[in-house]
Design a protein around this ligand. Structure first.
Ligand code: IFM
Length: 465
């Protein structure tokens, strides 16, 4: 840079930002605060990602603060990545290849626990190694330590990564990524699940884990996790069939390298068929995990005015005993598979879980997802309130922890709340279509997505234009 005249640098800089905003901007008419907050979020995501380096990813608080020490969580694949996959596919590719570089570490991590395949740690470091802390100081007395169980129990991240790979591939049609990197990850995580689930009678179960809702630890058969396991294994089987046709050499190489024998594949089919995934009850409600509905009820409205999470108010251990959750868990799964559930199922689970979710002081990942879910049940103005809560996490420090850095997952979630929630983007047949349900004061919403190399512009009003 020192050797370049300033004006040339400025010109290059303006051109690069111009290209980025041409592809990735989202314009909201009728709401300056939402507009500024969303552009701020997209700006933060862009400056946190590398266009050149596929050995780095984005930490929970991006590069802007020391919170979570730069560690990479599921925040990356489930919350942040869709924005890049749809508008900056080259960056999304890099971010996923970071996980491929982490495969050796993920294999060792699985083997250390006595399992096969690749287990991605809950918090990953530069080479994909497990960096999840086992103890952290208590929030109100830093001389005392609390045991952190997420590293041992929050397993769903391995399936989340597989989900993000398949999602990226469907959006971009990037077969070469799948040949060289993606398929190996999806098969390796399926292999992990095949060895990790436990057989009980004629069922496969998963006990003593943590789902997305971290207020409850040591739970059995968490709906989100077991559904994602089943999905990951099914996706691996379907991918193998495709790969055998699309690239026989790579399919053969991976079959040998990963020991994908017919015995192993038929075991996967058994697990898919018999894994215990909680089913809707007669009202259509799905229990987040076994015996969750036996916990004590809490009315969050009684705690209006609080400035702390319910885990701190009720106690870290005690919160386990209550039906209050830190972030969407059942509804999170619904958002990842919105078409799988009927309007009745969405409504029943929204009514059960939205009022018991500590969106204000639980996880910052929650509000944007809750905004999206509200749109799915026909309540965009309610969704807007959650959306703005997420939008203010950094700009007005509404949670009081912006000092730790930008909330990366919340920023990515805001894009999803707008595009999947308010715009209602979904995959129909062979294309993406919108079914807008904008907040009542929004006059217009415009954005672009890149569908398998072709840019598509969405220009939406309260009813589609
Ligand atoms: O990944 C999240 C988790 O879902 C809630 N606690 C904070 C983590 C990092 O943002």
């Amino acid at each position: 840079a020192l050797e370049c005249p300033f004006d040339d640098l400025l010109c290059d800089n303006l051109e690069a930002w111009g290209t980025f905003w041409d592809d990735s901007d989202v314009a909201i008419e009728g709401d300056d605060e939402a507009q500024i907050a969303l552009r701020h979020a997209l700006f933060q995501l862009r400056i946190a990602a590398s266009e050149e380096d596929d050995r780095v990813s984005i930490g929970a608080r991006t590069l802007s603060g020391l919170g979570y020490r730069g560690h990479v969580f599921w925040d990356m694949e489930i919350f942040i990545l869709p924005f890049f996959s749809f508008t900056q596919p080259a960056i999304a590719r890099n971010l996923l290849i970071y996980r491929w570089h982490g495969l050796p570490a993920a294999r060792c991590y699985a083997a250390e626990g006595g399992f096969e395949g690749a287990q991605f740690p809950w918090e990953s470091g530069a080479a994909g190694e497990d960096v999840t802390p086992h103890y952290l100081p208590l929030p109100d007395d830093c001389r005392k330590l609390q045991r952190i169980l997420t590293g041992d129990q929050q397993l769903h991240i391995s399936a989340d990564i597989a989900y993000a790979i398949i999602q990226y591939w469907r959006i971009t049609g990037d077969d070469s990524f799948m040949f060289d990197y993606g398929a190996e990850i999806v098969f390796s995580t399926a292999k992990f699940w095949g060895s990790r689930v436990e057989r009980e009678g004629d069922q496969y179960v998963l006990r003593g884990i943590i789902g997305p809702d971290e207020y409850h630890v040591n739970v059995d058969n968490n709906f989100y996790t077991n559904y994602m396991i089943k999905w990951n294994m099914q996706a691996a089987l379907e991918l193998l069939i495709w790969l055998k046709k699309a690239n026989t050499d790579i399919a053969q190489k991976l079959k040998i390298q990963l020991d994908l024998t017919s015995t192993r594949l038929s075991h996967w089919r058994q697990v898919i068929e018999h894994i215990k995934v909680p089913e809707p009850d007669e009202k259509g409600i799905i229990e987040q995990y076994e015996r969750f509905f036996n916990r004590k009820a809490v009315d969050l409205l009684e705690y209006n005015g609080r400035r702390r999470g319910m885990d701190q108010i009720l106690g870290l251990k005690e919160v386990n005993e209550y039906q209050v959750i830190k972030q969407p868990d059942v509804l999170m799964l619904f958002c990842l598979f919105p078409e799988e559930y009927s309007a009745h199922g969405w409504k029943a689970n929204w009514e059960k879980y939205a009022p018991i979710t500590d969106y204000a002081y639980g996880s910052s990942l929650g509000p944007a997802i809750q905004a999206w879910a509200a749109c799915e049940v026909g309540l965009p103005d309610v969704g807007y309130e959650y959306f703005m809560y997420g939008a203010r996490a950094d700009l007005t420090d509404i949670r009081g922890n912006a000092v730790d850095g930008i909330h990366g997952a919340s920023a990515g979630g805001l894009w999803q709340a707008v595009v999947f929630g308010f715009a209602g983007l979904y995959h129909k047949g062979d294309e993406y279509v919108a079914r807008p349900r904008l907040p009542s004061h929004w006059k217009r919403l415009t954005f672009k997505i890149c569908d398998r190399g072709t840019w598509q512009v969405f220009d939406l009003g309260p009813s589609a234009k």
